[in-house]
Design a protein around this ligand. Structure first.
Ligand code: ADP
Ligand code: MG
Length: 536
């Protein structure tokens, strides 16, 4: 086979696949360009979720005639000139590929300076004189018109609009001195006036008790979800003014809360880091959504300590919510590697034969483990893990059956992002009504009707979003069952009678010997093993 260098239009389309995943990616690139051009007023217009039109009008530096044409060439940028510039990128753009990529899969009209440039599918169609415009006005029409496969994967208009709204709210935090407006199908949905300080902008987005973080490299507002009433965006991480999806920092924020947040709760607010440009690499993701830190450990502790410190100031040493019970402190998701680190003296639970009919109950140890003996040895059962397994199987097998109405309809308030996630959820038997600011559960499968609607919704959201669960469970039903199984299971600290202990053992005969998170719930010590401890 002969190797050929791909023509530019094909290369651009390939780049578009990486850069332009959905309408919000276009908005992000265009707004980044407006910010790089020093704009102080940015208006975004969307039609039909961005499929029909995405238009961004700014009051930035604009472009000269030649540049307006060159801007659509691949690797054409005014922002860096040589590779050493890559080591310290201060602008949002630098790859010089966004406009070329976007133009290759849409129809573009650019008005800037005194020129009007039109392109279709990446090909230049016309360059005309126009009346003078300070700033830039760029319209992207019929996005993905020549990439039907990508078009098919778009969500509903509403979902795309939500993503765009979230992005604009988030980026507005980083650029509080810029006015941002968003118009959706002719209606103004965001209008954020220029603020004098980041905190002032943040107050336009969040309300409630938030603690301010104000240090040299790190600023932000952080609050417990229960105390933050209005939140238009999920927790936002900014690094040098860039909105990033950084797990490390999200984790550090969470750790800063210590045990104040339940696994199902998301912190509210934002954190903004200023890191010297040479200490981060932003060139790791085509959409520039990720950054890499040279000293990631340092960044981690910096964020964690900042969050912890500011929360302490607000609430003294008293936690906002009572400390969770021991069994909930056990990390819920174990990767296979941690599960395999069982001490070698344990037999793997699958090969362990439990002599169910010959067990004698000895009692409970540490209010957590049930002790049994048989002639063959000493058996310990983790009662919570066992009960969780039983509940998991029960829920998993019955989730699709017997939906029943919810008697007391209670509204559960959700963030816009949560609402969007819930709209994409389909669990048979679960009917969710959307109220605008929240949801009401109308019917639930009988097997989970003992749980409160709030818990069901919270766990559903985790089941939809948790990477840890995705590793282990492929279907949504499995993930939901794994999350819900934990509730109403006996917990460490519960005292069990002999009858209850045996009832748990009896029911557990039908199920596997690991809990839904992969932990074994039976271990055995033979008389020989115990004997060896004493040198017998
Ligand atoms: P990059 O932003 O990576 O440089 P783009 O393809 O997004 O690449 O843009 C190419 C060039 O077009 C930019 O470097 C900039 O010079 C110019 N440009 C794009 N949008 C604007 C704008 N809104 N105002 C001024 N110049 C712009
Ligand atoms: Mg750009």
């Amino acid at each position: 086979m002969k190797i050929k260098v791909l023509p530019d239009d094909v290369a651009n389309k390939i780049a578009a696949g990486e850069v332009v995943e959905r309408p919000v990616s276009v908005v992000r690139e265009l707004v980044d360009n407006s910010l790089d051009a020093g704009s102080t007023d940015i208006a975004v217009y969307i039609k039909q979720g961005g499929r029909r039109l995405i238009r961004v009008v700014d009051d930035g530096c604009g472009m000269a005639r030649d540049d307006a044409i060159l801007a659509f060439e691949r690797f054409a940028t005014s922002k860096i000139t040589n590779s050493s510039d890559l080591a310290q990128i201060k602008t949002f753009g630098f790859r010089g590929e966004a406009l070329a990529a976007i133009a290759s899969i849409s129809r573009v009209e650019l008005l800037t300076g005194n020129v009007r440039v039109r392109l279709e599918g990446g090909r230049l169609r016309s360059v005309d004189d126009s009346s003078t415009l300070s700033g830039t006005d760029i319209s992207i029409e019929h996005l993905f018109f020549n990439t039907p496969a990508r078009r098919k994967f778009l969500s509903s208009d509403r979902t795309e609009v939500e993503k765009i709204k979230t992005f604009i709210n988030q980026i507005s935090l980083a650029h509080f001195n810029v006015r941002f407006r968003l118009f959706v199908d002719g209606e103004e949905v965001i209008n954020l006036f220029r603020a004098k300080a980041q905190v002032e902008r943040a107050r336009q987005l969040f309300a409630g008790t938030l603690c301010e973080i104000n240090q040299k490299q790190i600023t932000g507002l952080v609050g417990h979800p229960a105390s933050v009433t209005k939140s238009k965006v999920g927790f936002t991480v900014l690094v040098n003014g860039r909105v990033v999806t950084d797990r490390l920092i999200q984790r550090a924020v969470r750790d800063g809360f210590d045990s104040m947040l339940k696994e199902s709760e998301q912190p509210r607010g934002y954190i903004s880091l200023s890191i010297p440009f040479h200490e981060i690499d932003v060139n790791v993701h085509p959409q520039k959504l990720e950054v890499r830190f040279v000293n990631s450990n340092e960044v981690f502790s910096l964020v964690k300590e900042a969050v912890r410190g500011s929360l302490k100031e607000l609430i003294g040493s008293r936690p906002i919510t009572p400390k969770v019970v021991v069994s909930e402190n056990v990390p819920l998701y174990h990767s296979t590697s941690t599960v395999q680190s069982e001490p070698p003296s344990f037999q793997s639970p699958e090969s362990l034969e439990i002599p169910y009919d010959r067990l004698r109950y000895l009692g409970q140890y540490a209010k957590c483990f049930l002790l049994f003996e048989a002639d063959s040895g000493l058996y310990l059962m983790d009662m919570h893990a066992a009960h969780e397994r039983i509940n998991f199987d029960h829920i998993r097998n019955n989730l699709n059956r017997n939906a029943q109405g919810v008697l007391i309809s209670e509204e559960i308030s959700c963030t816009e992002e949560e609402l969007e996630t819930l709209k994409e959820t389909a669990v048979p038997g679960l009917t969710i009504n959307f109220t605008g600011n929240g949801v009401i559960l109308k019917s639930v499968p009988a097997c989970i009707s003992h749980l409160s609607p709030k818990i069901i919704i919270q766990e559903l959201l985790i089941a939809m979003n948790s990477d840890g669960l995705f590793e282990r469970y492929k279907t949504l039903e499995d993930r939901v069952a794994a999350r819900l199984a934990c509730h109403k299971s006996v917990r460490s600290g519960d005292e069990l009678s002999k009858e209850e202990a045996f009832s748990l053992v009896d029911t557990s005969r039908e199920v596997l010997t690991r809990c839904p998170h992969g932990r074994p719930f039976w271990v055995k010590f033979s008389v020989d093993q115990v004997g060896r401890w004493f040198g017998r």
